[in-house]
Design a protein around this ligand. Structure first.
Ligand code: ADP
Ligand code: ADP
Length: 228
């Protein structure tokens, strides 16, 4: 179970005369929902996602996951996984070790790690690539490793920052539909950053439309695009 509640969230990066990057954001993402943060570059999507992940501090307001402030937990105790646009794989580790990394950090028994790595690799069609290093993989394969690594822990929350933007159009479409399947499969609550309206509409239960650091609208794709 993972419900994410933002209450009047604001962010100012350090710096003289810095303006708010994000201000007055409130909404609740219900357990198992898939929510997109949609808006043009610079509107505050990544800042919001990074605060939900606890990677950036909150200047104002609160972010809670199941009633617990994100910053109050140590990073490895947060029940979430982050998928970055640039994959962020460890270049010196094999695909297997990349997927296993977070499980080892959490001191999971070896046998269970092995089972989970293989299960995730199978879901993402990576079984033949487990011994390879990231540099020997295509961009699409690297992104699949990043996804396998994220789901291997079966986190309550999945966070995606434009995970498809480095893929070509065909692969983007294929991976997009798989994303939703993975989300359903592990029963996660997902937040997905994108500037692509079509992507947001096809994937999401709800869309948070952002503009210049503010929340413009929050609703289902239907509510947002089909109201007269
Ligand atoms: P995106 O718009 O896809 O999030 P950006 O190119 O805006 O990517 O940002 C890439 C990285 O640079 C991010 O980690 C972001 O936090 C950081 N960044 C963006 N704007 C600034 C800024 N004005 N000063 C310092 N870092 C920034
Ligand atoms: P988006 O993800 O929608 O492209 P961001 O959250 O990256 O937007 O950026 C929102 C605003 O915050 C932008 O004005 C950006 O320049 C600024 N910003 C982002 N990251 C940093 C940073 N690390 N330091 C200073 N300003 C930043």
């Amino acid at each position: 179970m993972a419900e994410i509640k933002l209450t009047n969230v604001g962010k100012k990066y350090p710096g003289k005369n810095a303006d708010y990057a994000v201000q007055g954001i409130s909404y609740t993402v219900l357990d198992k929902q898939f929510v997109s943060l949609l808006g043009p570059s610079g509107c505050g999507k990544s800042t919001t996602l990074n605060m939900i992940a606890g990677l950036e501090s909150v200047t104002e307001g609160t972010i809670e996951i199941d009633g617990v402030r994100v910053e109050s937990l140590e990073p490895h105790k947060r029940d979430l996984a982050f998928v970055f646009q640039d994959y962020a794989l460890y270049p010196h580790l094999s695909v297997y070790d990349n997927i296993a990394f977070g499980l080892r950090m959490r001191k999971m028994p070896k046998k269970e790690i092995d089972a989970r790595v293989k299960e995730s690799a199978e879901k993402l069609e990576l079984l033949p690539l487990l011994a390879k290093k990231p540099r020997a993989l295509s961009g699409g394969q690297r992104q699949r490793v990043a996804l396998a690594r994220a789901i291997a822990r079966r986190p309550g929350v999945l966070l995606f920052d434009e995970p498809l933007s480095n893929l070509d159009a065909l692969l983007r479409e294929k991976t997009r539909s798989e994303l939703r399947i993975l989300h359903n499969d592990i029963g996660a609550t997902s937040i997905y950053v994108t500037h692509d309206q079509e992507e947001a509409m096809s994937l999401s239960d709800k869309i948070a439309v952002m503009s210049r650091g503010h929340l413009e609208q929050y609703g289902s794709p239907d509510e947002i695009y089909n109201t007269p």
